[in-house]
Design a protein. Structure first.
Length: 266
């Protein structure tokens, strides 16, 4: 019996020290910068929850961590909370709009992570990294989330007759990013006045632009007519865009002297 009484607590200590429950204090991804500052976390009477101000925006408790969060999702350390250097304050790399920030208690056995959401997104549906789980605070009732970055969309009008297909290719910041085709699988002609959209997604921006910053999108077109003859469409559509933006006013037209060409109703 004496032997067992000694071994049980020793075994428990080994499991604690070797498992996932170790504190995050020495995690280099959570390290404080040399010039780190303290930020005040305070109770906001209007929101009814704890709030902190960062970059001119107020952030209020929204949720906690669900599942795993990769170290590459952690952006720079902003500082620490209420003069407690083990309660550290971070931006999130997966959220280019900085609608969320994170507080990590690096001295906790579980390395607790809490997420705060910008108050100016109240009542809005915003991109939310999938590992952020709402805690159901009453302040955020009616404030939606979605887990995919919205596409940048370019709408164009087919303002010509006898077109079977339209091929397009687009670049992001001067680099090829994708292509596609509009038309019908049974190859009927497109109707004059039809609207079509080109979507530029987060994946198209990979390695070419930051998801939270403007980029230059350029699109060129080809037309396949009802006689299966391919025609270049004169002109190139170039616009500065961001994910979530929507551009209209672009037309594909035809006349006998120009052939097929781009027209912009701006």
């Amino acid at each position: 019996m004496e032997f067992r009484k000694i071994m049980i607590p020793l075994l428990g200590t080994v499991l604690l020290l070797s498992g996932c429950g170790l504190p995050d204090m020495d995690n280099k991804d959570l390290a404080l910068p040399a010039d780190a500052s303290s930020y005040e976390l305070y109770y906001d009477d209007d929101a009814g929850e704890m709030t902190v101000e960062y970059n001119g925006r107020l952030y209020t408790y929204f949720g906690d961590l669900e599942g795993d969060m990769s170290s590459v999702s952690i952006s720079e350390c902003i500082g620490y909370i209420n003069h407690e250097e083990n309660r550290r304050f971070f931006a999130i790399a997966d959220d280019p709009y900085e609608n969320y920030v994170m507080i990590v208690n690096v001295n906790s056995i579980r390395g607790d992570r809490m997420f705060l959401r910008a108050q100016d997104t109240e009542g809005k549906d915003i991109y939310t990294p999938p590992y952020i789980s709402s805690l159901g605070y009453s302040y955020w009732v009616g404030s939606g989330v979605h887990h995919e970055m919205p596409e940048a969309e370019i709408q164009f009008v087919v303002n010509a007759e006898n077109i079977k297909f339209i091929e397009y290719a687009f670049e992001v910041n001067g680099m090829y990013a994708g292509d596609g085709m509009t038309g019908y699988k049974y190859e009927r002609a497109l109707e004059q006045g039809e609207l079509w959209n080109i979507g530029i997604s987060e994946l198209h921006l990979n390695g070419k632009a930051d998801t939270g910053k403007p980029f230059t999108a350029s699109v060129t077109f080809k037309v396949i007519d009802t006689d299966d003859v391919e025609h270049e469409v004169k002109g190139e559509y170039v616009r500065e865009m961001m994910l979530g933006s929507f551009r209209t006013g672009l037309e594909i037209r035809y006349d006998d002297s120009e052939g097929y060409y781009l027209f912009e109703d701006v």
